[in-house]
Write a protein that binds this ligand. Structure first.
Ligand SMILES: *Cc1c(COP(=O)(O)O)cnc(C)c1O
Length: 400
């Protein structure tokens, strides 16, 4: 199981006999960050790397984001922040979701900025900061229409003012989150207006922020001191409606290989439940990826993959570790042919949006649903520079 330094992802996958793998193109990722930075102007760029960087692999992606000029990183909770700190990431990290007082010490120890909606949490952080001889930086979350977490504007002003008095606390930011930035500008501006009124009463707070990817693409005037981008950094537009003028390229390709090609006579069935039957003399290819890897079972009989640069439809149900493709109309398919389940092969691409639509979900969930057991191969200039395997084992090229 040794990786040759400077091998391409394809060579490595074939040499090691990998069943399925994800290629993460760090050059494309860096280009996306540059494009988002250009749109963000003077505003800081926070790259959201929650959920294992939307399935891409948190640590290498976080490092690449900072290298490409992001100010900081957004995570969902303490554990995700811990993973980055353990890997040596020193950049600012903001915890975006709600945390509990029991986590205060852990958050302060790791120098994680905390999004906060209660005085109780502020007091716990103040206590922890004093015990540890550190500063706890907090961002007060304002509720402007999404009704998920945060406090109403009046209360936010009172909370921020109270937090400011607590020893060891620095109120670094005030934030809110947009509910429909990808589909309803009017409501987005209404949320912004509510937020703006609150901001004006807190001029002493250095960072105000409300924008996600969709808002940055569609309503750049809302960028304020910072924008928080997840999906855009991974090369996807949040919806068809948002502006597509910032050039973004999908970063992740999910690949597998043909393990067997068989010929079926009319009437023969395939897979669990025999949900696909040959209508004519057919050739089907066995592909070594399944729902245990994050390929949705909802794609049974309708998913699409690329083989030899052409589209092939899934034949039968997706199983845990395998699926079948109808390759009757693609000549010469053979064992070890590369299969692209997501991403680009030759001139053809299959995007997470398309797969999401077929599986009745969204691109976000398709990307995030990529399971941990799928090895991530991080590529620059066509060469693997790092990898993330099931064991959490990572190594740099220099250490190979
Ligand atoms: C996940 C998240 C984001 C990023 O949203 P995208 O649509 O992926 O850009 C921004 N802000 C908060 C609070 C989030 O939880």
């Amino acid at each position: 199981m040794s990786t040759q330094p400077f091998a391409s992802a394809r060579e490595t996958a074939l040499n090691e006999g990998l069943r399925v793998w994800a290629e993460i193109d760090l050059d494309r990722f860096a280009a996306n960050i540059q494009a988002l930075r250009a749109r963000a102007g003077e505003a800081h760029l926070l790259i959201v790397v929650k959920a294992n960087a939307y399935g891409h692999g948190a640590v290498p992606v976080a490092q690449a984001a900072i290298q490409a000029g992001a100010w900081g990183l957004g995570v969902a909770g303490l554990e995700e922040g811990d993973e980055l700190r353990r890997a040596g990431v020193v950049a600012p990290i903001l915890v975006l979701s709600s945390t509990r007082p029991a986590q205060a010490k852990g958050l302060v120890q790791r120098d994680l900025r905390v999004t906060i909606g209660t005085l109780e949490m502020g007091e716990a952080l103040s206590q922890a900061a004093q015990e540890l001889g550190r500063i706890a930086r907090v961002h007060v979350k304002v509720e402007t229409g999404m009704n998920r977490f945060g406090v109403k504007p009046d209360e936010a002003v009172r909370l921020a003012t109270a937090l400011r008095q607590l020893p060891g606390i620095e109120v670094e930011g005030v934030s809110s989150h947009l509910a429909v930035a990808d589909e309803d500008r009017a409501f987005t501006y209404q949320q912004y207006k509510t937020f703006h009124e609150c901001m004006q009463q807190l001029p002493w707070v250095p960072m105000h922020h409300i924008s996600n990817t969709a808002a940055l693409l569609d309503a750049a005037e809302l960028r304020l001191a910072m924008v928080r981008c997840g999906l855009g950094a991974y090369g996807y537009y949040p919806s068809d409606q948002v502006n597509h003028d910032v050039p973004l390229q999908p970063v992740l390709s999910l690949r597998s290989r043909v393990a067997r090609v068989s010929t079926l006579e009319p009437g023969e069935g395939v897979g669990y439940g025999l949900r696909w039957r040959a209508q004519r003399r057919s050739r089907v290819a066995l592909v070594l990826a399944g729902y245990g890897d994050g390929v949705r079972r909802a794609l049974s009989n309708k998913g699409i993959a690329l083989v030899r640069g052409q589209r092939a439809v899934y034949a039968g149900r997706v199983a845990m570790d395998m699926l079948m493709l109808d390759v009757t109309d693609i000549p010469d398919v053979e064992v070890d042919d590369e299969v692209t389940l997501l991403g680009t092969q030759g001139d053809e691409s299959i995007l997470a949006d398309e797969i999401g639509e077929l599986a009745e979900t969204i691109s976000y969930e398709i990307l995030t649903g990529l399971m941990e057991r799928v090895p991530r191969l991080f590529v620059r200039d066509g060469r693997i520079v790092e990898r993330q395997d099931l064991t959490g084992y990572r190594r740099a090229v220099s250490a190979l």
